[in-house]
Write a protein that binds this ligand. Sequence first.
Ligand SMILES: [Zn+2]
Ligand SMILES: [Zn+2]
Length: 383
Amino acid sequence: MARRRARDRGEIEELPSGSLRVTVYAGVDPLTKRRHRIREVIAAGPTAAAEAEKALRRLLVQVDEQRSPTTAATVEQLLDRHFELLEVEPSTLATYRSLATTHIVPLLGKQKVGALRAAVFDSFYAELRRCRAHCDRRPYTEHRTDRAHECDDRCRPHACRPLAKSTIRQIHVILSGALKRAVRWRWLSTNPIEHAEAPQQPASNPQPPSAQEAARILNEAWADPDWAVLVWLTMVTGFRRGELCALRWRHLDLVGGVLAVERSIAQLNGRTCEKDTKTHQNRRIALDPETLALLAGHRQLCMDRAAAVGVDLAPDAFMFSPAVDGGGATQPEPSGPGHCPTGRRLEARTYADNHPTTPDRRWSPTNAGASWRVTRGDDGRTH
Ligand SMILES: [Zn+2]
Ligand SMILES: [Zn+2]
């Protein structure tokens, strides 16, 4: 390979084929600390030398104007840096990291940030819509467990299922945020994802229970008074699960008929923490007389149960607690170790969980409500 010409910032080399390779140095990569190069190959021919000179000048100008990527960082490296600096709730960050590990990194992780084009995102989203398992289209069996086992009818041939629209949208939000940061850091001069077709937020489809269903759910719930009060309160307040679980008796003003929401219970890796409400606003809602009477009855029941074992309610007792003195919160996550007071799991996504910005958060049979699934024990069956 003959070196035709070398300059400080770029060079033109002749390849064995006779083509000319133009190389321009575009700064030091911030992650790998290696010099970053842009290359262009000019096919052999009578005008090749002149064209190579032109290309060299163009690329040098491009580097000067920072129109070229100055990093060879990969998408995975960018996401790592992005997550380190991102200021969001720990539970949100955990969700982002998990989506990145499961969906972004396996498909885009090794791509150079500087090489991303809008078309890459379009095909990435198309792949997520095809199969959430990112399979290679060859048939295989999905086993019920990774451990050694005898296959039974729970081990099934894999069928491709699309990733939920809302999840694809969330992945887009993660990538957009990371790439915006890359532009701010001058790793990129333009944000390629802005030219991709953004996956739409799916239209809201809360499927609230009908009035009859709500009545049936409540009727069944009355077999267990704590559970029934929790279900009722969800329906009349539209609070999120985490908010309901964080309610303490001091938040209830029985005389004024007002309930305040100040905190929310979140779970992360099996640990529970109390945090601000999602909208970071304390809310106070007026309760109707029936609900107030129910809550008064529920409090009396809690006090009676505590008295029966010779304790008082804790000074800051939770309204719904697996502890007889109200000292611990009920866990909002069905997969978590906690159970609601009676051993049933609370597995409900309330309308408010799914629609945090909806102004009308009060339950009515037509506009809100919750899709309830009450599971008992660990068999996972829905009752
Ligand atoms: Zn199997
Ligand atoms: Zn598949």
